[in-house]
Design a protein around this ligand. Structure first.
Ligand code: PMP
Length: 301
């Protein structure tokens, strides 16, 4: 993730990642009481662009508010610091990881002070060509009555690690994690959509992290006139559907091959999901969806 030249932003300064230090006595390390974002930048015709930068930093600030963490940066300041980190490292296609953690305090009351780091590393292999085989997890998503699931909190990711590792141990690529009512929620680190008879479906909010990629896909559906519904559904409804994908900043839009060994039935390239995948690639590269409006018509013929 870093080498001896890598520069990060750390609480007011640009410093070498290899030289940055933090203490061992704190709520973030001990209790997972920290918040973060996962953001990507891309090389575009107009130079390096951080995709949906404002949306990510608005969510980081909202996470801080929900978690009672003092955090005084504006979204504009955070965006500007991010471009400076990219520039200082000479990165274009990169993954950006802002993390807000707390000052030394071993108690269970709210943070009195917070620290911000913005780390970044090069990430060029965005578009995943492989399809994923996924399984329904035996783990549930964090209960929304026990956690504020709309905040992107470090501690929530212990659940993600358990679900992801269980799937890998059983020979799958990823987990599909349900909510406490047995409805599909999301994967360990991405939202999910499936396609059936010309409509896309995605879990309604409640037990998911409402992803910025998910919102982008919903916007794309509107622009491309693809019917889409946010609703609660069980894995039985999703199994054997026409097509499906996971979507998130890191994963982008990644095709799913099967759920619990039941294949999705449509040829991927003929699916609306494939159109969304290609369209998303265009958006991150700063292009429009115009060419896909034509292919949507072609699919209908
Ligand atoms: N759900 C979870 C649990 C995630 O970790 C992520 C990745 N941040 C997502 C969904 C997708 O969110 P986004 O599109 O904002 O990256």
């Amino acid at each position: 993730y870093y080498n001896e030249d890598t520069v990060i932003y750390y609480n007011g300064n640009f410093v070498k990642a290899a030289e940055a230090t933090t203490g061992l006595y704190g709520q973030s390390l001990h209790y997972g009481y920290a918040i973060f974002e996962g953001i990507k930048s891309y090389k575009t015709a107009e130079g390096t662009k951080v995709f949906k930068a404002k949306e990510h930093y608005d969510r980081l600030r909202r996470s801080a508010e929900l978690m009672h963490m003092p955090f005084n940066y504006t979204t504009d300041e955070l965006v500007s610091l991010t471009y400076q980190v990219l520039e200082r490292n000479g990165f274009s296609d990169a993954y950006i990881r802002p993390l807000v953690f707390c000052s030394p305090n071993m108690g269970l009351s709210k943070a009195k002070e917070s620290y911000l780091t913005i780390q970044a590393w090069e990430w060029t292999n965005g578009y995943l060509a492989n399809k994923m085989r996924i399984m329904t997890s035996s783990f549930e998503r964090p209960n929304p009555k026990a956690f504020l699931v709309e905040a992107k909190v470090s501690g929530h990711y212990v659940n993600s690690i358990l679900a992801c590792q269980e799937a890998k141990d059983k020979g799958y690529d990823e987990a599909l994690v349900l909510d406490a009512n047995g409805n599909v929620a999301e994967s360990s680190g991405a939202n999910v959509f499936f396609e059936k008879e010309g409509t896309l479906y995605t879990p309604a909010k409640g037990s998911i992290l409402p992803g910025i990629t998910r919102a982008t896909v919903l916007d794309m559906c509107k622009e491309l006139n693809i019917p889409v519904e946010e609703k609660f559904f069980t894995p039985e409804e999703m199994r054997g559907a026409d097509a499906a994908f996971f979507c998130g900043t890191a994963a982008e839009v990644v095709a799913l091959e099967s759920l619990d060994d039941v294949q999705f039935t449509k040829n991927w390239d003929d699916s609306l999901c494939a159109l969304i995948q290609k369209g998303y690639r265009n958006l991150v590269q700063g292009k429009t969806l115009d060419e896909f409006k034509k292919s949507k018509n072609a699919l209908e013929l």
